[in-house]
Design a protein around this ligand. Sequence first.
Ligand code: FUB
Length: 319
Amino acid sequence: MARQPLVTHIYTADPSAHVFEGKLFIYPSHDLNLEVEDNDLGDQYRMTDYHILSQETPDSPATDHGEALHVSQVPWASKQMWAPDAAYANNRYYLYFPARDKEGIFRIGVATGTRPEGPFKAEPEPIKGSFSIDPCVFRDDDGQFYMYFGGLWGGQLQCWPTGKFIADAETPPVDQKALCPKVAKLTGDMLQFATTPQDAVIVDENGAPLKSGDTSRRYFEGPWMHKYKDTYYFSYSTGDTHLLCYATGKSPMGPFTFRGSFLPPVLGWTTHHSIVEFKGRWFLYYHDSTLSGGVSHRRCVKVQELFYEADGSIRPMTP
Ligand code: FUB
């Protein structure tokens, strides 16, 4: 199982894994085989559609179910179908995805379907009040769903310091509080925010919010939430320091106390993951760029088992 790409006939990234109908369904980005220059805004990530993968178990072959949604089928979107996630509720499947709108501003949309692998039909408008990238949708034990989202630099999280989009806004000075991922409750129909997005604050061991210059610990992009033994685990990428880190808390809204890094940098610029329980064991889905020999925008999804120590910490892994 470990460390082989799930599929090699297409490039895949940003895997959000879920157990639906007793199987693993993986919702990845679909990287294109393009020869383009990299830049810090991520313009090289020009994805246009989603393909859903499934596996009977984490160590069985993956099936590509074909195109589930194309940008041309999303009335409000123009380009860059980045990291998606999915949820099941109300006897339906919901695909959540970021894309740039017609003004070039990242929004988060939702599409619905009757099967976990799609096809999905997009809502005509993005989620009201949504912005930035990388939605992660988490169902708590009481049935309430939450969305976590946000990404720095090309993901535009820094462009919303006042609640209005400011294209050239910068991240805070290094000695100021870091930008936080956002969290909002979802409405019962799963199509809108039920609460205004608020900061999911990550604090250090003394309870102080992480600083913007603390680049090996502060949030950058790629949020994921899971619950293990009544504790909420918020995990994420540190972006320009290329780590997967996690922080834990007693509420899905945070605050979350920084606990450490569990995956060092992979080959390629980005690192992005999900954590899923399957039949009592835990698995990390992640990506690297080994399939393309290191091209940052041609990535491949992999899986390996994840273990907890007795104190609830995640045992560090090697990619
Ligand atoms: O795949 C495009 C972007 O790269 C994602 O939205 C980020 O999380 C990073 O993996």
